[in-house]
Design a protein around this ligand. Structure first.
Ligand code: HEM
Length: 215
């Protein structure tokens, strides 16, 4: 096992998350993208929709699982289809980075009754991230409502993020769905490019410390 025998002793954490986010530093802030494309399952076949997105990724204070030290961003994304007013897709969670091992994780929570943790590894200066989750895994798995398990079983989730030279970033999400009564899995794919519209706020501890130093 790559884990230490002492599972209780915590490491010292830095107060300023923004300078310890490794590859996730490039995602911190508020972002918008208008050229998203979604392919989702409908009764009479795949539906392709254009969407716009706003995603906020704000630093949180460092978190410790015993000796495992994580720096991260809390996110909320809201997606609107180009031709309707109601929210098309809503998602919250965390992006997390463990500097000691290069582990990158994304937790997802989707209000159709679905949660997942996806994981991958990357260097601090990576220009691309690839994370995966698989149904049935207890570590980096997917958990859905009983109805979704019956009708639209999600077997795998993969996200690829590419950091572009102009400071924007792009993603491709591949979600493999087994739709009840259909012989082949359905590839539910989403992609978009996000451009920064606001800088991130420092994490709460960093804000407190700078208020003390600069009253
Ligand atoms: C940009 C991201 C995404 C967008 C815009 C999006 C959009 C949609 C839309 C429009 C549908 C069809 C809903 C309906 O017919 O009622 C759908 C279905 C579905 N999506 Fe997504 N989705 C996204 C990401 C995800 C992710 C990350 C997962 C899971 C890990 C997921 C799981 C599902 C499932 C299980 C269904 C089938 C349920 C149903 O059709 O009622 N989606 N999605």
């Amino acid at each position: 096992m790559p884990f230490p025998t002492d599972i209780f002793t915590e490491q010292d954490a830095a107060a300023d998350t923004l300078t310890h986010l490794g590859p996730l530093r490039r995602m911190a802030g508020v972002w918008e993208g208008r050229d998203g494309v979604d392919i989702n399952p409908k009764a009479d076949g795949p539906e392709r929709r254009r969407f716009s997105e706003r995603i906020e990724l704000q630093p949180i204070d460092a978190q410790s699982n015993g000796p495992q030290l994580l720096y991260g961003l809390r996110y909320h994304t809201r997606i609107l289809a180009s031709d309707e007013e109601a929210t098309f897709h809503d998602q919250t969670g965390y992006w997390l980075w463990e500097p000691a091992t290069g582990l990158v994780m994304q937790t997802l929570s989707i209000p159709r009754g679905q949660v997942a943790i996806a994981a991958g590894h990357a260097a601090a200066d990576a220009t691309e991230l690839v994370l995966n989750a698989r149904r049935g895994e207890t570590g980096y798995g997917i958990c859905s409502t009983a109805f979704l398990e019956y009708a639209f079983r999600t077997d795998s989730y993969r996200i690829q993020v590419v950091f572009n030279a102009d400071g924007s970033w792009s993603y491709v999400l591949d979600t493999a769905l087994v739709v009840h009564g259909r012989p082949e899995p359905f590839l539910h794919r989403d992609c978009n490019t996000l451009v920064k519209v606001a800088e991130p706020r420092p994490n709460p501890l960093a804000q407190l410390q700078s208020a003390r130093h600069d009253p």
